[in-house]
Design a binder for this molecule. Structure first.
Ligand SMILES: CC(C)NC(=O)n1c(-c2ccccc2)cc2c1CN(S(=O)(=O)c1cccs1)CC2
Length: 233
């Protein structure tokens, strides 16, 4: 039985990432609004736009606090953010849905998302993903580190110093692997299942590009920040 040891540096790394992750929660008022306003598809779409826009701002702040990220080449920093924004949004959504919320809130949230103009063909894979993440009952350290691992994916378009990003991602993966072994001693495949969610995320992000065109058909407007991070309009 290999003895898994988290080093002092790794403990500090996890603390930095989790603090950043918790510091940048989506403003509660935005999430609360999802539960208050009326149910029209237009209203739901607007609320998702607001939540997604606020999540991008949160994502940028979180990313800047990933140790080593700001020492990467500036253009690579942008390439990593743009390349991971959609995946981070879906991962965040899954984490929001799997969070313990006052009873009934999750259903309302789910209902609003289902009635926001997203075509049925994307609804199924999207909610399958939310369910498969929820079933993992991820600890917050795992959620924060998995988000960091997603952002630090070296093979995003336009990334120049592939190796520098890979080194950073490996640092995160090593401590995430150790945490999984320590926190799920009876589930030797837990870490592998976590990484499997990242594969599902990539597939979802391919659906997202098509989702956007279906919305644009019904002249739905996005915010300038979403247009910039998604390279649309
Ligand atoms: C938590 C935030 C980041 N999640 C969020 O905004 N959601 C959620 C969601 C899921 C579970 C709980 C709460 C919300 C589902 C969807 C989105 C956004 N996208 S989008 O960005 O393509 C979008 C399209 C049009 C305007 S914004 C569409 C799908």
């Amino acid at each position: 039985k290999e003895k898994v040891e988290i080093t002092k540096e790794q403990r500090a790394l996890v603390k930095a990432i989790v603090d950043a992750y918790n510091r940048h929660q989506i403003p509660q008022d935005v999430a609360k609004k999802l539960l208050q306003e009326q149910y029209s598809a237009e209203e739901n779409f607007l609320l998702l736009t607001e939540m997604a826009t606020s999540q991008v701002q949160v994502l940028v702040e979180f990313t800047k606090n990933i140790p080593g990220f700001l020492s990467l080449d500036r253009e690579d920093q942008i390439a990593l953010l743009k390349g991971s924004a959609v995946e981070a949004m879906f991962l965040r959504s899954a984490q929001v849905l799997s969070k313990k919320m006052p009873n009934g809130h999750t259903d309302v949230l789910e209902e609003r998302v289902r009635k926001s103009g997203i075509s049925e063909e994307f609804m199924t894979p999207m909610f399958n993903f939310y369910k498969s993440v929820g079933e993992l009952h991820m600890a917050q350290e795992e959620q924060a580190l998995l988000t960091a691992v997603t952002i630090l994916t070296p093979d995003r378009p336009y990334v120049k110093s592939h190796q520098a990003v890979e080194r950073l991602q490996e640092t995160m993966l090593d401590v995430l692997r150790k945490l999984c072994v320590l926190q799920h001693p009876h589930e030797p495949m837990y870490f592998a299942r976590l990484l499997g969610r990242l594969t599902e995320l990539r597939t979802l992000s391919h659906y997202h590009a098509e989702m956007l065109t279906s919305w644009r058909m019904n002249d739905h407007k996005f915010t300038p920040l979403l247009c910039e991070i998604w390279d649309v309009q």
